[in-house]
Structure formats: structure tokens, C-alpha cells
Write a protein that binds this ligand. Structure first.
Ligand code: BGC
Length: 746
């Protein structure tokens, strides 16, 4: 939680009110406007058209990038001078940012600095694993450190605000943006978001190397029907509050200075004009005093939703609901003056929005130090050796060992991995050499050549290897004999996950699977290394390949980290935070589901698909190690509740874990519970806590969890929060399947 110094708060409030009292209506409206730079001279068409041509394959990515590079940016300098812009998104480069900031500070009437935002989602230049991957490290201090590093690099580049963390619970692997968050569980997203806010903002957001966080996408964007991006979200009030809202609340209460409402509707009301969310819950219930910013163009999109009659109506609805800043739709700047003059929006509503914007600018120290990092050479501030070390650690800790069986006639006790460095590896698949693919989605400032591919890592580490891009039959007949083991590097291109990248099918492409079949036909061991941005269909690989390494999109140190795991220099420790469904048809597929009256089974009239297993191929919490762990001594006891004056109890749990193998390892211990009888049926398992422990061979540790009353309770059908007296089942261990069980009466 950010500690707010009351004296500083009062001073800021006075400054905000003083400034506000000196502003013209136009200047006020200007503060609520965020612009993107327009590109001029590059395209004989609009940017959108060019983008669509690239998406349709009519323009290559390289051609598109070249056009952008040759473009001149219209930075709307006259508007900055006139106080008609409060913020920019998408302007990069310290010098350029310095230039526009100077115009705002030195040439505009009131000298109000610009707030420069950017999507620094998992690294600025030192790209770290996508959030879905990094969440699998189950390590809040790592999450915080990578955010700290991103903030330092971004601040050095003139950026003072990131549109992260995304804390959208994502239960559907078809949704492309599952890659940007911490998976299917709300506690995971809460802990992940809280750590990121701490890392970006620190205790003092005005520090030169701190940047503002933006909690997004408020709310429940991950609940899109059918996993289709931007689609409607239909949730009961109870489910919204139990399974989705807590992650935003935790990140807000960690002190996040800004919040971004989501594109979607909830129960028919778009989040962008949802006063229940933006005013009643966010500000009323949670006490948020920061600033809200719409998602890109989302205010204008209220017309397409069918919520607003036209752009003016959209601006009215959004402002009156509590949306402070308009990201790039230009509805506020074009329509607000008339709305105020006609009384459709009150001056008080606009003043509130402007105060929120100014308050954030003061809290970030922009008035005192608008140029923050200007004395540092940005290029030397990027990709420092110590940053690469953190990126490699994060990548090592994000890789999930999904499967590791013995192969063929090898000693049945010896799994395929780790590999000996004496072996000759045959690395197959073009993803092994594609540096550009390593950053994954939302790495806007990434440079492909900053990334180490698997082939790069093999070169620099002098691995005995052969690289075959497609492993065609001819290539294999020429090379198979000299190789000891095949490493099939397959998965999804980075463009297949992230925004607007929902899939109706989660298969690995046929050409990649054909390649795996050819490798299996050689009769030699095959290890599959996967680069992907979401859970994908792994049925074939699970049945046929002895070892599977889930490497996600790992960022700049991808290749080195994969070799760390393959050769056993690092013992894998990550676990899945999103379940891998059998196929797309079984989505959404997640661990914390209720049972139904006819839980899926063999019998005909049960809740299942008759043509596909209901169970995930790999479920939440799955992840292997090169050592083994044994769990014992699970105890669960009722303890006094954590709410003062409230007699309702919480539960203390403890369990002992021992490293029974011969290698040191880090083990993620998971604790779940179930309330088996409740007025509103509860999930079969609910994550109550996690902790990662380091264990030498033979070493044991006892891990303690405290399950709070807030976790045990739920909203009953009359929307009262209740904790049912009765039995609570406790499960703790290394994976959902292997948990020890206890039960306790509360
Ligand atoms: C995305 C946001 C992002 C914003 C700004 C939108 O399309 O939904 O997550 O922060 O663009 O670039």
C-alpha cells in the first residue's frame, strides 16, 4: 500500500485547486485529452488501412515498419502551445519527448506539463517474459523487480506512465489477451498486479525513475463471451465481485495512480460510461483518488455499442460516468465545450476530471521536474548487463516443464531432460532462429536484434548442434544420423496472441506437427520447446513426445533461458497459471469451476462433451522439476478472524515439504480450499495462497498459509457477504492432483 503523507496530500490539493481556478474552459478540456501522434507523409492511405493491409498479408511487416520510419510525426505543437493537450500516448524517443514537453512547460500559458504514457507491458527495451509466463514464477518479488527495471528504462526514455498492469482474470484460452495477465485465478492476478504497481511507482512516484501504473481493463474484460475480443461480458453481480473485481481492487489499493476502464459491456452497459463501476465502486467503495483514462478510442465506440446517439452523447455519457481522460477518440476536445455550455455536463463534473489529471501530474513530480531523466543518455540506460541478468532470471523462472518421461530403452528411471552437454542436438523449426518472435505481444519498443534466439544461444555457448529450419525429409536424411536428440521448437507467432488475436482453434499449425511426426519417425528422442502466448492444444504432443518445455514468449534472454533448462543449469520451477484445454471446444476450462448437479464423468447424463475430455490436458498449478518433493503433516485450524470486532474465523494451514531428490530446487507450494455446502454453490477448489521455497536435497521446510474470512466468504443471493458456518475442506501441495487434504469446521 502506498503510504500517503497527509501534509503532502493537502499541499497537492491546494495546488490543484489553485491551478484549476486559473484555467479557461478550453484549457480544462485540453487536460482531459490524450493524443497519439499522427503520421504524415508515409502512407498514400490512412494508418488504419496500412495496418489492415499488413494484417491481410498484402504488406509485409518490414514494408510497414519502413513506412512508419519514413513518416513524419505531427506532434500537434500548436495544440500543445494552446494548452489543448494533456497527455500523449505513442510518442517515443527521449529527445522528441523532451521537445514537446518543453513546448508545454515553456510556451503554454500555464506551463502545465504533459503526461507521457506508453504500453510498457513487460519491459521497455529489456523485454521480459509475457505476463502469463512470468506469473508462473509465483514470485511477487521477481514481478516487482522486473517492473522496477521497466520503469527505469521507460523513465530514461522520457516516459512517465505505463498502461499496465493488466489484471483481467482470463479463463478462456481463445482470448488473445490472456497473454497479458496472470491467468485464470483472481488471487494470482491480485498478487501480480500489486507487485507490479509497487515496482512501477515505488513508494514515491515523483522519484525520477518511477512511473505511474494504470490498472486495466476495468472490469472483467477477460470474461468476453466466446473468448472473442471486445465481446460482451455477462456476469452476475456476485460473480463479478468474487471472481473478477478483487484483482482491480487490490491493485488500486496498492496505490495505482490511474485506472483504464475496459472496452466491453458488462450486463449491457459499456465500462466506458459505467458510473456504477467508475464512480460507485472505484471511487465510492475503494476510495480511488487517481485518474481514469478510457481505452483507445473507446469513448467514440459508445456509438457503435449502441449506448450513445453520437459522439457528443458519447462524451456526455463518459464524462458523467467518471471518465477523466479521453484516449485518442477526440470526443472530449470536440464536444465538451458545447456540453458544458448547454449544461449537459456540469462544470463540477469537468472540474473533477481535470483535478484528477492535475493531481496525478503533481504526484508524479512533473511540475518540479518535467524532464526527469534528461541528463542521462537513454541508449546507455537500456539493456544494461544487470538488466539482462534479471531478464534471464525471469525467463528461467517462467519456463514450465510440462512433461519429462524416460525415452525408449533408456533407463526407465531417467527422464529425457536435462540433456548432457556432450550430446549432439538437432534444433528444428524456424522459431528457434527468429529473434523478432521472442518478445511476444505488446512489446512496442522491442528490437528483434536485442533478443537471443535458441540458435544464437547455441552459438555463443558452443553447443554441439545442427539447425534445421523445417526438418524436411531430405534435411533429416542428411543429418539425423549424427544427432542424438531432436529439439522441436514450435508454437505460435507473436502476432497470434495479444489484442485482437482471439482464436477459434488452439491447434499448433499442421506444418509444425508434421515436422514433429518426421522427427518422431527417426526413432530418436524428441523434446518439444513451445513458444506461445496462450494455452494451446497439446493433445498430440502429450501423447507422443517424451519431454515438453513450455517457454512462452520469454523476451530478450529467451534462447539462453531455454538452454539453461534443457541442460539443467537451472532446475525448472514455474507452474501454470492457466489451464491447457483439450481443445478449443472445451473452453472456457479452468480449475475453480463449480461441480454442476451432474459432474462430468463416464455416465451419459453428466456435464461433459461426449467427444472430448472435460479435464484440461495440463491444469492450473502443473509444472515439473528435475528433483522430487514430498509433502506431509498438513494441519488446518480455525483462528480468530482478521476483521477487528468480528468473531467470524479464518483458517491457519501448515504443511511440510521435503526435497527428496538429488538436486536443489525451488518449489511452489499451493493451498486451496472448498466450501462444500453453501447457499450459492462454491467452486470445487479455490486458491487461498502460494509460496515458493528453495530446498537443498534432503531439506524440509514448513509453509504456513492464513485463509482470511474475506476469502472464505461469498455474496449470497441477497448480496450479503456471508461466511457459512460448517465444514471447509483444505487442500495443499505441489499440484491440484497431488494435494494432501484436511478439513476444519468454522
Ligand atoms: C489496449 C490497451 C492499451 C491501449 C493504449 C488499447 O488498444 O486495449 O490495453 O493500453 O491500446 O495503447
Amino acid at each position: 500500500m502506498l503510504e500517503v503523507n497527509p501534509e503532502k496530500r493537502t499541499q497537492i490539493e491546494e495546488k490543484v485547486q489553485d491551478l484549476l481556478s486559473r484555467m479557461t474552459l478550453e484549457e480544462k478540456i485540453g487536460q482531459t485529452r490524450q493524443c497519439g501522434p499522427s503520421l504524415v507523409g508515409a502512407f498514400g492511405m490512412s494508418f488504419e488501412e496500412a495496418l489492415n493491409m499488413m494484417m491481410d498479408g498484402k504488406l509485409s511487416k518490414a514494408e510497414f515498419d519502413k513506412m512508419i520510419e519514413s513518416a513524419e510525426m505531427d506532434l500537434k505543437e500548436d495544440d500543445i502551445r494552446a494548452g489543448r493537450i494533456g497527455s500523449f500516448n505513442g510518442v517515443t524517443g527521449a529527445e522528441r519527448i523532451h521537445h514537446i514537453q518543453q513546448i508545454a512547460v515553456e510556451e503554454s500559458r500555464l506551463g502545465i506539463p504533459l503526461l507521457i504514457g506508453c504500453d510498457v507491458i513487460h519491459g521497455h527495451r529489456t523485454i521480459t517474459p509475457i505476463p502469463l509466463a512470468e506469473s508462473g514464477a509465483f514470485e511477487p518479488s521477481l514481478w516487482e523487480r522486473t517492473a522496477r527495471m521497466s520503469a527505469k528504462e521507460a523513465a530514461a526514455d522520457g516516459i512517465k506512465w505505463t498502461f499496465a498492469p493488466m489484471v483481467d482474470v482470463s479463463k478462456d484460452a481463445r482470448w488473445g489477451r490472456i497473454s497479458e495477465g496472470a491467468g485464470e485465478d483472481v488471487l494470482m492476478n491480485s498478487c501480480y498486479g500489486e507487485a507490479k504497481v509497487r515496482g512501477y511507482q515505488t513508494q514515491d512516484p515523483s522519484a525520477p525513475d518511477a512511473i505511474a501504473a494504470c490498472v486495466k481493463h476495468f472490469a472483467a474484460y477477460g470474461g468476453a463471451e466466446g473468448g472473442r475480443d471486445y465481446n460482451r461480458v455477462e456476469l452476475s453481480e456476485q460473480r463479478l465481485r468474487e471472481d473478477y473485481l478483487p484483482s482491480y481492487e487490490v491493485a488500486v489499493k496498492a496505490g495505482a495512480l490511474t485506472v483504464m476502464p475496459a472496452f466491453n459491456t458488462i450486463s449491457g452497459v459499456p465500462c466506458s460510461c459505467n458510473s456504477y463501476l467508475l464512480t460507485a465502486i472505484l471511487r465510492g467503495e475503494w476510495g480511488f483518488e487517481g485518474m481514469t483514462i478510457s481505452d483507445a478510442n473507446a469513448i467514440a465506440e459508445l456509438v457503435a455499442h449502441g449506448a450513445a446517439a453520437d459522439r457528443k452523447d458519447a462524451a456526455r455519457l463518459a464524462m458523467n460516468a467518471g471518465m477523466d481522460m479521453d484516449m485518442t477518440s477526440e470526443c472530449y476536445i470536440e464536444e465538451m465545450k458545447e456540453l458544458i455550455e448547454s449544461g449537459a455536463v456540469s462544470m463540477a463534473a469537468l472540474d473533477r476530471a481535470v483535478s484528477d489529471v492535475l493531481r496525478v501530474k503533481f504526484e508524479l513530480g512533473l511540475f518540479e521536474n518535467p524532464y526527469y531523466m534528461d541528463e542521462q543518455d537513454p541508449e546507455t540506460a537500456f539493456l544494461k548487463p544487470e538488466y539482462r541478468t534479471i531478464a534471464r532470471e525471469a525467463a528461467d523462472k517462467s519456463i514450465v516443464l510440462l512433461k519429462n518421461d524416460p525415452f525408449g530403452d533408456r533407463d526407465a528411471a531417467a527422464p529425457v531432460l536435462p540433456l548432457s552437454r556432450d550430446l549432439h542436438l538437432c534444433i528444428c523449426g524456424k522459431l528457434a532462429a527468429q529473434r523478432d518472435e521472442m518478445p511476444g505481444t505488446w512489446a512496442v519498443n522491442a528490437k528483434g536484434n536485442d533478443c537471443v534466439s535458441i540458435v544464437d544461444a547455441c552459438e555463443s555457448q558452443k553447443v554441439n548442434y545442427t539447425f534445421l529450419e523445417t526438418a524436411s525429409a531430405d534435411e533429416l536424411s542428411a543429418h539425423a544420423a549424427e544427432c542424438d536428440v531432436f529439439v522441436a521448437v514450435i508454437g505460435e507467432p507473436r502476432e497470434w496472441s495479444g489484442e485482437a488475436s482471439s482464436r477459434s482453434d488452439l491447434k499448433i499449425s499442421a506444418d509444425q506437427l508434421d515436422m514433429v511426426r518426421r522427427l518422431l519417425d527417426t526413432g530418436k528422442p524428441v523434446v518439444a520447446v513451445l513458444f506461445n502466448g496462450r494455452p494451446i492444444e497439446l493433445t498430440f504432443l502429450k501423447e507422443n513426445v517424451p519431454a515438453i518445455v513450455e517457454a512462452w514468449h520469454l523476451g530478450v534472454e529467451a534462447g539462453n533461458a531455454v538452454l539453461d533448462i534443457l541442460f539443467g543449469d537451472v532446475n525448472p520451477s514455474a507452474k501454470l497459471t492457466a489451464s491447457f484445454p483439450y481443445n478449443a471446444g472445451t473452453c472456457p476450462c479452468y480449475y475453480d469451476h463449480p461441480n454442476t448437479g451432474r459432474p462430468g464423468g463416464r455416465a451419459k447424463f453428466t456435464s461433459k462433451y461426449f467427444d472430448a475430455p472435460l479435464e484440461p490436458v495440463y491444469t492450473f498449478g502443473h509444472g515439473l522439476s528435475y528433483t522430487t518433493y514430498e509433502y506431509s503433516d498438513l494441519t488446518a485450524e480455525v483462528c480468530p478472524g482478521n476483521v477487528p470486532g468480528d468473531a467470524a474465523p479464518g483458517i491457519d494451514v501448515q504443511i511440510t515439504v521435503k526435497n527428496t531428490g538429488s538436486r536443489a530446487g525451488d518449489e511452489v507450494v499451493l493451498c486451496f480450499f472448498r466450501d462444500p455446502v453453501a447457499e450459492r454453490v462454491r467452486p470445487v477448489r479455490k486458491l487461498a495462497g502460494f509460496e515458493k521455497v528453495s530446498l537443498e536435497p534432503g531439506q524440509s521446510k514448513t509453509v504456513r498459509f492464513h485463509i482470511t474470512r474475506r476469502q472464505l466468504g461469498y455474496f449470497n443471493s441477497r448480496m450479503n457477504f456471508v461466511v457459512d458456518p460448517g465444514e471447509i475442506d483444505i487442500y495443499a501441495g505441489g499440484s491440484l492432483e497431488s494435494c494432501l487434504e484436511a478439513s476444519v469446521r468454522i
